[in-house]
Write a protein that binds this ligand. Structure first.
Ligand code: ACO
Length: 337
């Protein structure tokens, strides 16, 4: 028996409180014009102080399980991608599992930052193909707002990120028609650690010296993301375009066969550039960055759920997704919805 995985349910959640670029103007010596021109972002959602990453993930997960037509007791594994965990350890997947009330199933936390969701989807697909698991919940969730420098010092990074969560259920199905079945068709994962420090948070960390974190490090702001924006831009456009071409070729499709492109949302200009390099009509790229900013691992499942709700993405459509992020890591996935 050949098993394949189908995305049977999606869910997403963003905290209700919206911060527009005009709100940020009051905090950090920036302008709506600067942010929109450089990134396309108009607003982002940030949590209040009592809300955690697993709280956002819980709402998205419940919706995904319901949309899959399943009960939470049908889930036999959770894969959780985040770079902004509830605590240093254990992984946030364990906190989500407890909140969902489904003890004893496997929980796997992964990092991979902006690429985390596609890495998670790929792992879920492999477990399902092996026959060992039937319904895997793949979650991407982030609370960035609590880890951003919201003073004028942090403006180059703080304006970019938002909070949110997205989840999908991948379910086992038997392969009938490889061309027409709703299923994950292929995933490709990459990384190049030579660029690890182009986008990173140095502290806390064992490589910081005798202490993982101390007051001097905090005073220097080493607990905040540090980014070489230009390097990220150049590598992101190149790698996302490259891996999309590779995935399509291996899956036996032309880029023009793809109905909807769900890209990671780091920057509207990155996505426009990728579309330009590959001659993809802009109307096939579903962007959400205007509303959410960059929600790293949550971005793709959040976009998937929005595209389904908007009727842009429909059952049976061929979808290509690509992401790039810290590590550097990058990945692509092709599936039939
Ligand atoms: N508001 C106003 N001015 C700002 C802000 C801000 N928020 N941030 C920086 N500036 C200023 C800088 O101080 C600088 O001023 P100066 O010329 O007087 O020195 C000027 O704007 C230009 O700064 P740059 O950093 O050179 O701006 P750049 O044009 O490169 O745009 C950006 C920055 C948007 C981040 C760009 O580098 C980029 O698109 N990088 C891609 C990376 C990205 O989007 N990362 C998101 C997260 S990573 C991921 O998800 C993959």
């Amino acid at each position: 028996m050949k098993y394949r995985s189908e995305i049977t349910g999606t869910g997403s959640f963003v905290p209700p409180r919206i911060y527009t670029n005009f709100d940020l103007e009051k905090m950090m010596d920036t302008t709506d014009e600067w942010i929109q021109q450089r990134t396309g972002i108009e607003q982002r959602h940030w949590v209040d102080e009592g809300t955690t990453t697993s709280d956002l993930a819980l709402v998205a997960s419940i919706e995904a399980i319901k949309n899959a037509g399943l009960d939470k007791s049908d889930i036999d594994m959770i894969i959780f991608a985040t770079l902004s965990p509830d605590h240093e350890f254990p992984g946030t997947g364990c906190f989500l599992q407890a909140k969902l009330g489904i003890p004893e199933i496997a929980v796997l936390d992964i990092r991979q930052q902006c690429t985390g969701f596609i890495y998670g989807l790929s792992i879920a697909d492999k477990f399902i193909q092996s026959g060992s698991h039937k319904n895997i919940l793949v979650v991407g969730a982030e609370v960035h707002s609590k880890g951003l420098d919201r003073t004028p010092n942090g403006r180059n990074v703080a304006v970019l990120f938002g909070d949110g969560a997205g989840a999908v259920v991948c379910s086992r199905k038997e392969l009938i028609d490889p061309k027409k079945d709703s299923r994950i068709i292929s995933t490709h994962l990459y990384a190049d650690g030579n660029f690890a420090k182009e986008l990173w948070i140095p502290a806390p960390g064992n490589a910081m010296g005798a202490e993982r974190v101390n007051h001097a490090m905090l005073n220097e702001g080493l607990q905040y993301p540090q980014m070489n924006g230009k390097s990220v831009f150049v590598h992101a456009t190149k790698r996302m375009a490259e891996c999309l071409v590779h995935s399509c070729k291996e899956a036996g499709f032309e880029l023009s066969d793809i109905d909807v492109f769900l890209f990671h949302q780091a920057n509207l200009r990155i996505n426009s550039k990728v579309a330009e390099i590959l001659s993809i009509p802009e109307e096939k790229v579903f962007n959400t960055i205007q509303n959410y900013g960059n929600t790293t691992a949550a971005t793709i499942p959040l976009g998937m759920n929005d595209a389904l709700k908007a009727g842009v993405l429909k059952k049976g459509m061929l979808v290509a997704s690509a992401a790039f992020g810290s590590g550097f890591t990058w990945a692509s996935a092709i599936w039939r919805q």
